[in-house]
Each structure stands twice: as structure tokens, then as C-alpha cells.
Design a protein around this ligand. Structure first.
Ligand SMILES: [Zn+2]
Ligand SMILES: [Zn+2]
Length: 89
């Protein structure tokens, strides 16, 4: 139903790209709630859905895990590098 109403990728549309959506993303992950009834409520909550193309969907999930240890380490490395650039060169 979501894909029929929003057949275009909502993220690509933000950048003026017309890309057909092939996947539906749950903005609040269905696995994040406890209890079957809450899960069903989220699964069919229209506002919780986003039409996305495959590459945007992959991106959004990568971003959701960006507070993983690896990302934190990468951020720190970047912060350290810019500090060195500014002050130690
Ligand atoms: Zn897209
Ligand atoms: Zn998703």
C-alpha cells in the first residue's frame, strides 16, 4: 500500500532525483518495541513508513549503526587529524 501511494524513493526525491522505490523502511525499527501488539501497531503505522530505493535503504541502515564502536573510532581519528592540521603544522 505504501509503495502504491509513494512509488518514488523519498530520499532521492529530496535531492530532486526520480528513482522508483522498491523497498519500505520502518523509521522506528519494528524490533525495537516489546510485545507483539506494539510490533503490529508499528508495522502498519503509515507514518512510520518510508518508500526507498535499494541504495538509500542500505545507506539509512548503515547510518543507523553509525554509533557503533567503529564509527566512534573513525570520528575520533578525524577530530585528531583536524586538530593536527590546525595546530601542529
Ligand atoms: Zn533513493
Ligand atoms: Zn529499513
Amino acid at each position: 500500500m505504501k509503495l502504491r501511494n509513494n512509488p518514488l524513493c523519498e530520499l532521492c526525491k529530496n535531492s530532486d532525483l526520480i528513482v522508483p522505490a522498491t523497498e519500505v523502511h520502518h523509521i522506528i525499527p519494528v524490533e525495537s518495541v516489546i510485545g507483539e501488539s506494539q510490533m503490529y501497531a508499528l508495522m502498519f503505522q503509515y507514518n512510520n513508513l518510508m518508500s526507498l530505493c535499494h541504495s538509500c535503504h542500505a545507506d539509512i541502515h548503515r547510518q543507523m549503526f553509525s554509533h557503533s564502536k567503529e564509527a566512534v573510532k573513525a570520528n575520533q581519528r578525524r577530530a585528531t587529524e583536524s586538530f593536527i592540521d590546525k595546530f601542529l603544522k
